[in-house]
Every structure is written in structure tokens, then in C-alpha cells.
Design a protein around this ligand. Structure first.
Ligand code: FNR
Length: 382
């Protein structure tokens, strides 16, 4: 199959990974309205074509939290990523490293912090969920620090999990017995070999490390379900600050008032995100939420944005709407599922080329040049 875009990787992943894993990535919560709007609201924004401005020199690099990034993108945290390819987190992290962007390891990864971090040259980013078990959180932060992680991504939009109906149908969520049956019965031979499900159990690295025993995906779904903490407040972030002195990014902001609170708290960054339409269905798409947030806090805090980015043109759109950089979610998960590290590397090359074309034809020589003027119907605030 010819691969020319992230959409092609989606099709390729659909063929290769077992249905319950494909739908776990591809689906969203409830009626998946926000999931759809993330993509359509963003791609419906018209780029403003400008011509004849000598665009022979282009630069997609940015600096973020003291790091150089070859393009304004970071691989987003994705739970159970190691189920999409053998030692999947390591493969994705190496791809990001080779292409000059950070990789974020999810709390609920298959490969533990200690396995992934030493295999890449640049510092890894680490994502933390708020869990009732504060001992787990403290332990994870200490291990992340010891492994040389720099930036902490603290996800705050999951005080309680949204229901994902597709996962219920596929057997990925629901009664433990059913989950176990689906995982163990995943018969795609290539995938089973690739992920190491035959012989090697698919344990959750960070949770197993903490528990001192192998914790499988099925056990973890039960543990996680009981462990989300709806009592989370800004006080908990102060507690985390005691354990983390590096940059702290709050992920899951959709409202300008919360963005201002993040600035008051002293966070280094926010991620404008609705968790890729996987939490509260019916909330604003990131493309719609971002402009008022940028009006409120741009320049006071680094603004990252995700949810709906499917190509390099979308990165330019998000930057023009006010983001300093984007996080990439499903697009790289599909590429990893379809072709491992090489898939993710190729996808990042594709995104960079697409971004360069969009920068050329909107006449923006650097990322810093990209403003709302790159879009039709948006103007820069005086
Ligand atoms: C996620 N996301 C996520 N976020 C997070 O903070 N911790 C996590 O463990 C996960 N796990 C996860 C699994 C899968 C399969 C997906 C698709 C997503 C959300 C992710 O970081 C990001 O916010 C969205 O994926 C961005 O939206 P797009 O790019 O997928 O549309």
C-alpha cells in the first residue's frame, strides 16, 4: 500500500493491528462529536495564500523550554502505546529523537521510564495523571527525574474517565473477564509476534515497577478505573511542584479562565486539548478553544495545542491560531501500528514537508512569523 499521509497510516494500521487496539486509538467518547469536530473545525480554517515573496529560505525549528525542536511538534502521551508495536514506546521515542522532537511517555505505558529514557539522546518528557494513590505519583516523579526527564506534562482532564462506547463494543473496556478474553484471543499472528504477546506478557511498565510485580493490561484497567481522582484541585499541583523543578505543562485546558489560573499558578506551559475527543464529548474543539485562550495568555506561558492535527498544514493552522507548538496524538499511533519506528519517522518527514509547503504558500519564513494573518478571516490583535 502506498503511504503518502497520516490518513494512509490510519488505513494501514486498521489492517494490521487487532480491531480492539485500532478502535482504542481511533475512537472517542460518547457520540464522538468532539472527536469529529477537532478534525473538521481545524481543517475548515482557510489558509491565506500569499505569493512572490522569495521563500527560498525556510526554517521550521523552534526553541521550547531550552530545547531545540526541528519542527513545532511533540509526540503526545499515549497509554498502552507499546501494544501497537514491539516495545512500542521505545520505537516511537527513537523516531522522535532521530527527527529532532521530544517524545512524551504516558504514565500508563507498556515500557517503563527506565527502559525508554536511556535509549534516546534528548531528554524524554513524562506525563502524569492525578491518581488517588499519591505514593504512585511521587514514585513516578522521582523515577522520571532520576531517568533525566525534563518536562512534566500533567494531565488534568481526567478526574473521571469518559465512557468510550467503541471500547465497550470491542471488549477493550468492560468486564475484566471480557478484556482478558479479547487480549488473549487477539489472533492477528503478525501483531501478536510483533508486540510480544506470545510468551512475553504485556505488562504496564510503570505500574509494575511500583507494585513490584507484573501488572498486565487487564489488571491495570481495573486499577486505573478505581484510581482516578475527582478531588483534584490546584492544591495538588502545588504538592507536585515540591517534587518537580523542571518545566511543568498542564494538559487539558479549554477555557481562558483556566489558562489564566495556570499562569497564576506559575506553570510553564499549557496544552489546549480535549484529550483528542476522548473525554467530555460536546466540548469545544481545540481549534475553537485556542484563539480566546491565546488572547488571554499568549506570551505569559507557552501554549501547546493538540486534538485534530493530521498533517503539517494543521500544525501551521494551530500556530496561526496562537499555539507555540502542537502535540501529535493519533497520527503517530497509526504510523507506529502500521510500521513501527520507520513509520513514525516517515510520518514526521511527511509532516515537515507539508508544513514547509504551507509556510511557503502563506509566506512565512519561520515559525515565529506565523500569526493569525496566515489565516483567512483572522487578524492579529494590535
Ligand atoms: C491518548 N491521550 C492520552 N493523554 C494523556 O495525557 N495520557 C495518556 O495516557 C493518553 N492516552 C491516550 C491513548 C490513545 C490511544 C490516544 C489516541 C490518546 C491523549 C493524547 O495525549 C492527545 O491529547 C490526543 O491524542 C490528541 O488528539 P489527536 O491528535 O489524537 O486528535
Amino acid at each position: 500500500m502506498i503511504i503518502s499521509s497520516a490518513n494512509d497510516y490510519r488505513k494501514a494500521a486498521k489492517r494490521k493491528v487487532p480491531p480492539f487496539m485500532f478502535h482504542y486509538a481511533d475512537g472517542g467518547s460518547y457520540n464522538e462529536l468532539t472527536l469529529e469536530k477537532n478534525v473538521t473545525d481545524l481543517s475548515n480554517i482557510a489558509l491565506r495564500q500569499r505569493v512572490l515573496k522569495d521563500m527560498s529560505e525556510l526554517d521550521t525549528e523552534i526553541e521550547l523550554f531550552g530545547e531545540k525542536l526541528s519542527l513545532p511538534a511533540i509526540l503526545a502521551p499515549v497509554g498502552a502505546l507499546g501494544m501497537y508495536a514491539r516495545r512500542g514506546e521505545v520505537q516511537a521515542a527513537k523516531a522522535a529523537d532521530n527527527k529532532g522532537i521530544p517524545f512524551t511517555l504516558s504514565t500508563v505505558s507498556i515500557c517503563a521510564i527506565e527502559e525508554v529514557a536511556p535509549q534516546i539522546n534528548r531528554p524524554m518528557w513524562f506525563q502524569l495523571y492525578v491518581l488517588k494513590d499519591r505514593g504512585f505519583m511521587k514514585n513516578a516523579l522521582e523515577r522520571a527525574k532520576a531517568a533525566g526527564c525534563t518536562t512534566l506534562v500533567f494531565t488534568v482532564d481526567m478526574p473521571t474517565p469518559g465512557a468510550r462506547y467503541r471500547d465497550m463494543h470491542s471488549g477493550m473496556s468492560g468486564p475484566l473477564k471480557e478484556i482478558r478474553r479479547v487480549i488473549q484471543g487477539a489472533t492477528h499472528p503478525f501483531w501478536a509476534w510483533d508486540v510480544g504477546i506470545k510468551g512475553k506478557p504485556h505488562t504496564l511498565g510503570n505500574v509494575s515497577h511500583y507494585m513490584g510485580k507484573q501488572v498486565g493490561l487487564d489488571d491495570y484497567i481495573g486499577w486505573l478505573g478505581e484510581n482516578f481522582d475527582p478531588s483534584i484541585s490546584w492544591k495538588d499541583l502545588e504538592w507536585i511542584r515540591e517534587f518537580w523543578d523542571g518545566p511543568m505543562v498542564i494538559k487539558g485546558i479549554l477555557d481562558p479562565e483556566d489558562a489564566k489560573d495556570a499562569v497564576r499558578f506559575g506553570a510553564d506551559g499549557i496544552v489546549v486539548s480535549n484529550h483528542g475527543g476522548r473525554q467530555l464529548d460536546g466540548v469545544l474543539s481545540s481549534a475553537k478553544a485556542l484563539p480566546p485562550i491565546a488572547d488571554a495568555v499568549k506570551g505569559d506561558i507557552k501554549i501547546l495545542a493538540d486534538s485534530g492535527v493530521r498533517n503539517g498544514l494543521d500544525i501551521v493552522r494551530m500556530i496561526a491560531l496562537g499555539a507555540d507548538a502542537c502535540m501529535l496524538g493519533r497520527s503517530f499511533v497509526y504510523a507506529l501500528g502500521a510500521n513501527g519506528q520507520a513509520g513514525v519517522e516517515n510520518m514526521l518527514d511527511i509532516f515537515k514537508k507539508e508544513m514547509k509547503v504551507a509556510m511557503t504558500l502563506t509566506s512565512n519564513k519561520s515559525v515565529a512569523d506565523i500569526t493569525p494573518e496566515a489565516l483567512v478571516g483572522y487578524t492579529q490583535k494590535p
